[in-house]
Design a protein around this ligand. Sequence first.
Ligand code: AMP
Length: 231
Amino acid sequence: MNVILIGAQGSGKGTQAELLANALRLKPSASGELLRAAIAADTPAGRAAKPYYDRGDLVPDQLVIELILDAVRHLDGARGIILDGFPRNLAQARALDAEMEASGERITDAVYLDVPRNILLDRLSGRYVCRAHGHVWNIKTRPTRVPGICDYDGSELYQRSDDTPEKIGHRLDIFFSETIQLVDYYASQGKLIQVDGTRSVEQVHQEILQRLDPNLGRQGAFSPLPDERSA
Ligand code: AMP
């Protein structure tokens, strides 16, 4: 099972990726995190990606695909992979399909978290990230127990520099003009699972689980993150 999560910034994609990875024993791979790790480790790929990353531009497709394929090849006992942040456009999706086929693999499902733009804008303006591990919180929809402090690791929360109103608008424009095309692409392959992402984290997770793997969904495999137990 190799799953792609498609969703705009603020759609809850990272949270759902983490929950699905745990419930389905899939290896989570966020392209942004893979790039940050490669840059920090100063690998050849990291060195090549750094100038693009530093400018906030998209890194060339082939570089990101190599990192993703490397993650696919090293599953560390997981039964597949769950991709978050990749592909971001049709060219990447087509290249990924071709490269995976050449490696004897394939994308089995593409989950689209459907959230209207006005709700995304509202969510993103309240989003905070922890310094230690990048855990995502929201003062409106997912507050921490102690304001300004991450529930998981106790580190300080900060607002991302690209979560300003203008930059949020620009990033959403790119999503709704480019990345959204992936929805039709995977629908035409019969792989699309579209879910209403405006509901609670648990409701969204349960629906995805049910539709990805009906047996697991019926058994109620939801394993809440610590902060969601009391939500
Ligand atoms: P993210 O953490 O997903 O917001 O990504 C941070 C940065 O990593 C982006 O601004 C891009 O420079 C790069 N990046 C992440 N995913 C991709 C991708 N699929 N294609 C190209 N560049 C990417």
